[in-house]
Design a protein around this ligand. Structure first.
Ligand code: IVH
Length: 686
């Protein structure tokens, strides 16, 4: 090759690699296979090594990390980003206000203030300011750790780079919603279509895609906006009230929603909800409900959080949108717990701006209740992110009734509807009895294991898991961690659609997850009833996985200390406790866990607050408490790191006894447990 030819070829290669990067990272539509991409890069590097003086200033080999990593850095939220509980009916709102008064031990007729504002249908983001300057911005992620999208958030006009006014705390983390309004969304889609690209489904998807661009200059061209509505880590309080804090945010230069009002009763909150609902179509941006928050911030602090949502707020959702369409077929899907879920395959129809082609029929009984069968015309509804569901048959096809299969759709094994030993009730869900021998259960469990809220292995999704499982290379989660060591035989880089880079990236992503937090580990095992909330409660209680594992395996019957300890954890119900016990009792699951423990390290959870005098102590409350409700006393003790138990034993450190205490007081006295009055307890923890 002449130097001129080399120059030409380098120009050509740079262009092709850049185009491929753009298709892959920006358009999410890769055209080249990994192998062809790798070949281009190899050729580029080889030529550049031989002709260093011809390396172009814009060569892809010069960009940081060569091929963009496709990943954002992580930001750990100092204060977790939680979600909201939902209310659907007026009664739910009444219950919410009553529940709050009960928790605060206030008489029912107490007048409490609540703020009410639209629930914006976008994606939440956190902006951190230090000395009034924007220093970082993150997505919500799993609530604990988000993605570092600082450069992208900086491009939003409604995100102040420097705070206005005065009086902001030195550290100020503002949280709110990133969204795209209707007019901008329409214009954006017109441009997409004109460029021969696919239109975005809805403003929220468009906003999410736009914020997570690798190249911030692409985000800058997207019409993203930001509404501020709450805060995270702060070095000083913003105000005494929710509304005062939001007013302060406005003075500091943030856009806040102008439909926020303060109300003094559930009735007036519900009135505001209907006003916002009527205004909804003319607002110019998507909202999916109204959020109510206790206005007094000192009460918010007392109310605290339960699991993943604050006690002091609730989202009153708008009713689901409905549509009429035909059922083309009914199919059964098998989930990771073996549940056989019937799904209606629909004639595609647009509901609330989204094309729906599947709806859940929940279970066998629901099919009977609805009397639904293929070819029926049905009414369906879709509410937010919830899977669409079939409401009723509108036109009977007069075809044959649907017969629910008695054997597993995936493996043909027997299916059963379990009977609850205590209540004698038959479960509505029919489950496969074949455990991990059922391919669908095994694959679904593995998909759950690598998912974002569990091990979060980048590049390992449904498709990859299915491919590894089919080739019998990954049968259980531990096998994922031995893939690299077996790659001399597997030769992943030579598989269709894979290349050296993608294989290397996958192994790196797997290795990056060899240390995992206790709660994530528990959640990843896919135990029934153990979602993120329960996993977190268990981790915070047992602190080390080994303690937990040993304790659960020692459960013999319902009188075992280990069982009583598990049952006494606030927030962990009997269903979850039973599921944990059953899971770890099974030898197959023990083997699965032991194999995994050979590959990974489980990081201990942190005790909630180790500097408090009651941290790690076991407390029992009995009798009537006068200053606090029992729930608040319990929540407060737990937030200080104490374990709250329902029964007195030799392990009890304190019995807090109010008037009317009976047998527990007697037992504590007999065992020599320290007995405190409510005031003495308060003195101790304050
Ligand atoms: S307050 C502790 N206010 O809704 C959580 N959230 O479903 C405080 N959202 O993750 C959140 N509009 O992304 C709050 N006016 C609003 C909101 C709002 C939308 C989102 C937020 C949150 C999700 C929960």
């Amino acid at each position: 090759m002449t130097e001129e030819q080399v120059k030409q070829r380098l120009r050509q290669l740079s262009m092709e690699i850049r185009a491929a990067d753009q298709q892959y990272y920006e358009d999410d539509a890769p055209v080249l296979t990994d192998a062809s991409y790798d070949a281009l890069r190899k050729e580029l590097v080889a030529l550049e090594t031989d002709y260093p003086h011809l390396v172009r200033a814009d060569s892809p080999s010069r960009s940081v990390g060569a091929k963009p990593s496709g990943k954002f850095g992580k930001i750990t939220h100092k204060v977790p980003m939680l979600s909201l509980d939902n209310a659907f009916t007026d009664q739910d709102v009444e219950d919410f206000t009553a529940r709050i008064k009960r928790f605060l031990n206030l008489p029912e007729d107490t007048v409490l203030e609540f703020s009410a504002e639209p629930k914006i249908d976008g994606l939440s983001a956190a902006l951190r300011y230090e000395a009034g300057i924007l220093v970082s911005g993150a997505t919500r992620g799993d609530g604990q750790v988000g993605e570092d999208v600082t450069a992208n958030l900086r491009t939003l006009q409604t995100v102040p780079k420097k705070l206005a006014g005065t009086g902001w705390p030195d550290v100020l983390e503002i949280r709110g919603e990133v969204y795209i309004d209707h007019a901008d969304f329409d214009a954006m889609n017109d441009a997409q279509i004109a460029a021969g690209k696919e239109a975005y489904k809805n403003p929220r998807n468009a906003a999410a895609g736009s914020l997570r661009q690798i190249d911030p200059s692409v985000t800058a061209e997207r019409p993203l906006k930001f509404f501020a509505y709450t805060w995270g880590d702060i070095s000083a309080p913003l105000s005494d009230t929710q509304i005062g804090a939001v007013e302060a945010m406005e003075r500091w230069g943030f856009s806040v929603n102008n439909l926020m009002r303060v109300h003094k009763s559930a009735t007036s909150m519900i009135g505001h909800y209907h006003d916002i609902e009527s205004a909804r179509s003319g607002l110019g941006y998507d909202i999916d409900g109204v959020v109510y928050k206790v206005n007094d911030l000192s009460l918010q602090e007392r109310l605290g959080f339960v699991s993943r949502a604050p006690r002091w707020a609730i989202a009153h959702k708008f009713p689901a949108e409905k549509a009429i369409t035909k059922i083309n077929a009914i199919e059964i899907q098998v989930g990771r717990t073996g549940a056989q879920t019937p799904v209606a395959r629909l004639e595609p129809i647009t509901v609330g701006g989204v094309v729906v082609s599947n709806a859940t029929l929940h279970n066998e009984d629901e099919i009977l209740r609805l009397g639904v069968k293929p070819d029926d015309v049905v009414e369906i509804q879709r509410a937010g992110d919830v899977i669409p569901q079939v409401l009723r048959v509108v036109e009977d096809s007069k075809g044959k009734p649907f017969v629910f299969p008695r054997v597993c759709e995936s493996c043909g094994a027997e299916t059963v509807r379990e009977t609850d030993a205590k209540t004698g009730r038959v479960d509505v869900v029919r489950r496969c009895t074949n455990g991990m021998n059922c391919p669908a259960q095994a694959v679904e469990s593995l998909i759950h294991f690598v998912s974002r809220r569990a091990f979060d292995i980048d590049g390992m999704g449904e498709k990859q898991i299915a491919a590894f499982y089919e080739r019998k290379l990954v049968k259980g989660p531990a096998d994922i961690f031995t893939l690299e060591a077996r790659n001399d035989e597997i030769k992943l880089e030579s598989w269709e659609g894979w290349g050296e880079t993608s294989a290397r990236n996958l192994f790196a992503a797997i290795n990056a997850r060899r240390e995992v937090d206790f709660d994530k580990f528990l959640y990843s095992l896919g135990i029934r009833h153990i979602g993120q909330g329960n996993a977190n409660l268990l981790a915070k209680h047992y602190l080390a996985f080994e303690n937990f594992y040993e304790s659960i395996q020692s459960i013999e019957d319902e009188l075992s200390g280990a069982w009583l300890e598990l049952m006494a954890i606030d927030g962990v119900g009997a269903g979850a406790a039973g599921a944990v016990r059953d899971f770890f009792k099974s030898p197959a699951n023990q083997e699965l866990v032991n194999n995994l423990l050979e590959q990974i390290i489980v990081i201990n959870a942190e005790a909630p607050s180790s500097d408090s005098v009651v941290s790690g102590k076991t407390v029992v409350f009995t009798g009537k408490l006068e200053k606090f409700s029992r729930d608040e006393a319990k929540a407060r003790a737990q937030s200080l790191g104490a374990k709250v138990s329902g029964s007195v034993s030799a392990k009890t450190d304190y019995l807090v006894a109010g008037p009317g205490a009976g047998s527990k007081l007697k037992k504590a006295t007999a065992l020599g447990v320290k007995v405190l009055t409510e005031d003495e307890w308060l003195e101790l923890i304050d």
